[in-house]
Design a protein. Structure first.
Length: 1132
């Protein structure tokens, strides 16, 4: 071993000894110090414990003394004999007076006693009571004696055996249930008293002044220590801070556990930390106990500041480690002297070890030769290779070695002796007729002490195993190459099969999409047509059930198709500008009805949305949010669902983050890995109880990832869930939001059910530059979300500029001009619109659109002529009902060839078509072929450029492109959405024609002079089969009933009560329809539409016009009633 290694070893040894010594001393110091501090604390605790027990012992003697006084038994005898003691013929009052005298004497004698009482054991009422008041000892008169039957010490004393004392914890004295002031810290001692028949008749109670005992206990501790006295529930009886004393009586929420954190320090003491200041103490926490006293429910806490402990620890460390450093220095000096002495021996040992390593340490055979190639040494390994090698060969030439080895040595030794490097050589050596081995030979120079080469060393290595391994490796490589070729072929075959399977699945999805959507189109279309017919209440309910089921089935089909398109890589993501505020508010509002059905709080927080325009796929964003919100509401029976939306720009990317959190049923941790799997829910019970297919979250995850985002969740069973996703958008294609400061210089108060809802509304107020105040009746504006809070502020409602009532349950409140209504959840756009509609429209353009919505009634395509090509009769009937319902004429063809043939006939008849609706999948000539044929003129040159609109049930990606490539102009999916259909026609320029000469009206034409009349009487008479007597009754009923409804409508619109406005406008609209008062009907229909959309301003703008038209109808009706009555008189 070298000198440096020995030195290093010694240093390591020294360090190890020092570390061990430090660890030992540290442990010893801590142990001794802990024991010392424990002894200090224990000594104080022992003295305090003796004081407490001594107090108990003193009062026990007092009670025993009182128990043995004659008045006790005298009172017991008198109680049992109608107030007269038969033994001494003494009245009960005399015995009570004597006992009162004894009680006063004791209070005069012992200033530590505050009160002595005797309680009736049967009623708990005080029989005798003497107490100390303002330094005077008085006997309490009978009129002020109290009933103590509910007190804990009375109840406990009833359970005691004879001559057994019950001791209460220390608390503040109460009289008549109230804490006495100034405070009287009191400890009570009770003793049951028995009469001569050994029946319990009374309870002796002593109240002692506990403050003196506490002062004695605290005085036992040195100044550096702190003392606390705790009750049974760790409430403070005594604390160094006066405000914390007697916490159970003054502030029950505060106790030792709420203010201090306790952790083990040693097996006898604890480390206590003040939670508010972080100050630490070493503490001995022990119950007060004695040989005859157990379960006293009192703890003594003695504390020493940890800083004192740390100071003592540092002092001990300093002393110990100074001594240790001196010892280490002495050891280092001794070691250095020893190291110098052994240095020369180590050098000699190193030389010998080196030489021995050459001979014996090598695993290979080693032979040493001098410069004349005489053998000088060899090791045992060399003898295994060369059997003729022994000590007799030392000093001989290497001719005894095998010929091949000898030749190698002879040719290359001189080169090595001259300093050249010779490569190793492999050769095969025959050991016998049946065994041979492979050897690797190499030469290395042997240097003398002066650096001169004095010989060579021959190294011999057995490489037989290596050669065999190389041969096996070559064979294995050849086999592996063959297996790779075979596996590659299998993978190619599998890939081809998978591609074929994918094609089959796509074909199946395409087919099933068409086959399922086609009947659904018939169902939903027929339902929409039936809704236009008069139906009974029950029939209307059944129609709603059918529509709900059909819509649910359509949603499931869409989910399956979305999933298939995603898996097939055929789902396209749009990249168009959209307003995230509109998207969020639209989804949030659409889910509000479901939240209301569940009876939960529904909250929307958009205040973190910093951008008004992003560029991406708004429909898919809406779909993801809808799925997450739908799940949250479905699985939440009570509590809240909150939707939070924020945007944040990082570098050149804007991240949209949407969070949906609820207080619903939550998800078991073991089942959370199932959530994003297709057709998978937490458990079978989930599907049974809540329904669903398990596709929603799977689609959400894949959509988010396809848009390069992330989706995450947190959930805890029975506590709720939190889902959130983040989507990136290019910052170059975004616009920042600028929320109008419509609340500038305004104070706003909020009354809501929950703090979470209040905090969210407060953020909205701040966003609009308002000042949020806590439930302040004198604020400029007040926002209320529930009826109970409205009742609270109703008396002051006229003090507000605006009183904003949120939610449907408050819509019927309209008893003040300053009341305005807004739907729940509270949305930025609609909130701003309450103060400035123009600014709100700039922020949320859809507000204008919703305010201008026109119901699909009237003649949107009046005078137009359409050709519907579909092989399904139901679909043809649905299309006919939709289009003719808007004043159009419809012709039919049952397939592509029929359409081409009929177009040739129509061309001959010079018939014009405004558009052709073409089904794509039909037998024979399908829609694609028919479109190409029409564009090529096979249906006549007149229709080569006709507008052709695809109506297809196929929903696979690429279907729209296929239709457009075939020559069609637009694309509408089945089931047909009526509004979407007329939007497409409007975009293609197909509108109602001014010239209605070709219009097939659903009713007969009316005379020109009747058009200006408020009532189309001819139409009414036609429906009444010409019965003018019945017509007069209809007019009379209208005049009797409509006036009150019109007054209610005016009042509800004036008070912005949209629900009531919708109700009365709908009722009045029905009466107008019965009279064929078309202008009034249309105006009331608009008001009803605006009311249902909570557009109170629009309702007000149409009210006067509706009132004017109503007055015209009333005048006309009254006139016609008079005329019809005159006719009756004349005819009579």
């Amino acid at each position: 071993m070298s000198s440096s290694n020995i030195a290093k070893g010694a240093i390591v040894l020294l360090l190890a000894v020092m570390v061990s010594a430090i660890l030992y001393f540290e442990n010893s110091i801590h142990r001794d110090l802990n024991e010392g501090f424990y002894q200090r604390l224990e000594q104080v605790h022992s003295a305090q414990n003796n004081i407490y027990l001594g107090e108990i012992d003193d009062n026990r003697r007092f009670l025993y003394f009182l128990l043995d006084t004659p008045p006790i038994q005298g009172i017991a005898r008198a109680e049992k004999n109608d107030g007269i003691d038969p033994q001494e013929n003494t009245p009960l009052d005399v015995w009570r007076a004597r006992l009162s005298t004894i009680f006063r004497s004791m209070l005069y004698s012992y200033d530590g006693l505050n009160q002595i009482r005797l309680l009736d054991a049967h009623t708990g009422v005080e029989m005798v009571r003497v107490e100390r008041q303002l330094g005077q000892v008085i006997a309490v008169p009978d009129s002020k004696l109290q009933d103590k039957s509910e007190s804990d010490y009375f109840i406990q004393a009833l359970q005691l055996p004879e001559r057994t004392i019950y001791s209460t914890t220390i608390n503040l004295n109460r009289e008549h249930g109230q804490v006495v002031t100034p405070f009287q810290p009191t400890k009570r001692f009770t003793l049951p008293t028995y009469d001569i028949d050994n029946e319990l008749f009374g309870i002796l109670v002593i109240n002692t002044n506990a403050e003196k005992m506490i002062d004695r206990i605290v005085s036992q501790a040195p100044s550096m220590q702190k003392v606390m006295l705790l009750g049974a529930d760790d409430s403070f009886i005594y604390h160094p801070e006066f405000s914390l004393r007697y916490s159970k009586d003054i502030n029950p929420e505060i106790n030792f556990q709420t203010l201090y954190r306790v952790t083990p320090w040693s097996n006898k003491i604890q480390l206590v930390e003040d939670k508010s200041t972080g100050e630490q103490f070493l503490a001995l926490i022990s119950k007060v106990e004695g040989a005859n006293f157990n379960n006293l429910e009192v703890k003594l806490v003695n504390l020493i500041p940890f800083a004192v402990y740390q100071q003592s620890l540092n002092e001990k460390r300093l002393t110990t480690y100074v001594l240790l450093a001196i010892a280490c220095g002495v050891f280092a000096l001794v070691f250095f002297a020893f190291w110098q002495y052994t240095h020369s021996l180590r050098a000699l040992d190193s030389t010998r070890a080196e030489f021995k390593a050459i001979l014996d340490g090598a695993s290979d055979g080693v032979l040493g030769f001098d410069s004349n190639l005489k053998l000088t040494s060899f090791n045992e390994s060399a003898q295994r290779f060369f059997k003729q090698l022994n000590n007799s060969r030392l000093g001989n030439n290497p001719q005894f070695l095998p010929e091949a080895v000898h030749q190698f040595l002879f040719h290359y030794a001189n080169m090595v002796l001259q300093g050249e490097v010779v490569e190793s050589k492999s050769l095969q050596l025959d050991l016998n007729a049946h065994e041979n081995i492979w050897l690797s030979l190499s030469l290395s120079p042997i240097y003398a002490g002066n650096g001169r080469i004095q010989g060579v060393a021959l190294f011999v290595e057995d490489i037989t195993a290596k050669k065999e391994a190389e041969a096996q490796l070559v064979g294995a490589n050849e086999r592996l190459e063959q297996e790779v070729k075979e596996r590659t072929k299998e993978l190619v075959d599998a890939r081809d099969k998978a591609a074929k399977a994918s094609e089959v699945k796509s074909a199946f999805i395409s087919t099933i999409s068409h086959e399922m959507r086609t009947p659904l189109n018939g169902i939903l279309g027929s339902l929409n047509l039936v809704r236009k017919e008069p139906v009974t209440k029950h029939q209307h309910k059944y129609l709603e059930m059918m529509e709900t089921s059909s819509t649910t089935l359509l949603s499931l089909i869409n989910d399956v198709l979305d999933l298939s398109k995603i898996e097939a890589g055929k789902l396209d993501i749009d990249n168009e500008p959209f307003n995230p505020l509109s998207v969020i508010e639209h989804v949030a509002l659409s889910m509000s009805a479901k939240a209301k059905e569940q009876g939960i709080t529904y909250i929307l927080d958009q205040t973190g949305l910093a951008h008004i325009e992003l560029c991406g796929d708004a429909a898919r964003v809406k779909q993801i949010i809808y799925n997450l919100l739908s799940n949250a509401i479905k699985f939440t029976k009570k509590g809240h669902v909150k939707l939070t939306v924020t945007t944040e720009q990082l570098d050149d990317t804007v991240w949209l983050k949407v969070t949906v959190e609820d207080t619903g049923v939550g998800i078991e941790k073991a089942n959370q890995n199932k959530l994003f799997q297709s057709f998978s829910q937490e458990s079978a019970n989930t599907s049974n109880e809540f329904g669903g297919t398990g596709l929603g979250l799977s689609i959400c995850k894949q959509l988010v990832e396809k848009m390069l985002g992330h989706i995450h969740f947190e959930s805890e069973k029975f506590k709720g869930s939190k889902f959130w996703f983040e989507l990136p958008f290019s910052s170059a294609q975004t616009k920042p939001i600028n929320v109008p400061e419509v609340l500038a210089d305004k104070t706003v108060s909020v009354f809501s059910k929950t703090k979470l809802e209040s905090d969210t509304v407060a953020k909205l107020i701040a966003l609009c530059a308002g000042e949020y105040v806590e439930k302040e009746a004198q604020s400029d504006i007040c926002i209320i979300t529930n009826e109970q809070d409205y009742i609270q502020v109703k008396s002051a409602q006229n003090h507000f500029e605006k009183l904003i009532l949120v939610g449907d349950e408050l819509q019927n409140i309209n008893d003040a001009d300053n009341i305005v209504h807004i739907s729940s959840p509270l949305r930025v756009g609609e909130f701003v619109a309450l103060f400035d509609l123009n600014k709100a429209i700039r922020l949320q353009p859809s507000l204008k659109k919703s305010g201008e919505t026109v119901a699909l009634s009237g003649n949107l395509v009046a005078g137009c002529h359409f050709l519907v090509v579909d092989d399904n009769q139901i679909n043809r009937i649905v299309a006919k009902g939709i289009l003719e319902g808007q004043g159009a004429k419809v012709s039919f063809a049952v397939d592509g060839q029929d359409a081409v043939n009929k177009l040739l006939l129509f061309e001959h008849q010079e018939v014009d078509f405004d558009a052709i609706f073409m089904d794509c999948n039909m037998p024979g000539m399908d829609g694609y072929q028919a479109t190409r044929a029409i564009r090529q003129g096979q249906g006549g040159d007149k229709y080569k450029d006709a507008i052709i609109i695809a109506m297809t049930a196929s929903a696979l990606a690429g279907e729209k492109e296929r239709c457009l490539n075939a020559g069609m102009d637009e694309f509408v999916t089945k089931p047909v959405v009526v509004e979407q259909l007329f939007d497409v026609l409007d975009a293609l320029g197909v509108h109602a024609k001014d010239d209605d000469s070709v219009l097939i009206h659903p009713f007969e034409s009316v005379a020109e002079e009747q058009i200006s009349l408020p009532i189309n009487e001819a139409d009414v008479l036609e429906r009444l089969s010409g019965d003018e007597e019945l017509l007069k009754k209809v007019y009379t009923l209208f005049l009797n009933d409509s006036e009150n409804q019109m007054q209610q409508l005016r009042l509800s619109i004036k008070n912005s009560n949209c629900d009531a406005s919708a109700k009365y406008s709908h009722a009045l609209k029905g009466q107008a329809g019965d009279l064929a008062a078309e202008a009034l009907f249309d105006l009331l229909d608009k008001i009803e539409t605006y009311a249902r959309e909570h557009q109170a301003g629009q309702c007000k703008s149409h009210l006067e016009q509706a009132q004017s038209e109503y007055d015209k109808v009333v005048v006309f009706a009254k006139k016609r009633v008079s005329e019809l009555e005159f006719v009756d008189i004349n005819s009579g």
